[in-house]
Design a protein around this ligand. Sequence first.
Ligand SMILES: Cc1cc2nc3c(=O)[nH]c(=O)nc-3n(C[C@H](O)[C@H](O)[C@H](O)COP(=O)(O)OP(=O)(O)OC[C@H]3O[C@@H](n4cnc5c(N)ncnc54)[C@H](O)[C@@H]3O)c2cc1C
Length: 122
Amino acid sequence: MSLPPATPPAAARARAYDVLVIGSGIAGLSFALKVAQQGRSVAILTKKNKADSNTNWAQGGIAVVTAETDDFAKHVADTLVAGDGLCDRKVVKQIITDGPARVREIFARRRRRLRPRPGRRP
Ligand SMILES: Cc1cc2nc3c(=O)[nH]c(=O)nc-3n(C[C@H](O)[C@H](O)[C@H](O)COP(=O)(O)OP(=O)(O)OC[C@H]3O[C@@H](n4cnc5c(N)ncnc54)[C@H](O)[C@@H]3O)c2cc1C
């Protein structure tokens, strides 16, 4: 008579990932997509549920400097006021300066996703 297979210890059941992303807002998900596209396995760890983020509340589109008439300094000032003393000016400046490039990446990814596959109708 054969015995049923033993339940493996918790450590043996644990799964291994190349990258652990903490947070499922736009920053965490964008990074997770980027590393996944490089062929790495990714686990996303978030606080409550996957829709629990500021990203989920944002409704007005992505605030980023795209027009020549717009101004990085105004976006920095606006963010510092909204942050009410909690923001690190250096980090805010970096994020706002990088904004246009990150938005171009999102649009490029979307264009690749919408491109019809060979043999498929557009
Ligand atoms: C009401 C509202 C409206 C907004 N409208 C706009 C808008 O129109 N345009 C615009 O550009 N921006 C808007 N914003 C700002 C915008 O939402 C944020 O700048 C952006 O979503 C931040 O993205 P993020 O990924 O850095 O952070 P978040 O989206 O906040 O993601 C953080 C993630 O980390 C997780 N997390 C936090 N702490 C822990 C922890 N201890 N352990 C595990 N996980 C944790 C959270 O659960 C969440 O998944 C708005 C914000 C709010 C609140």
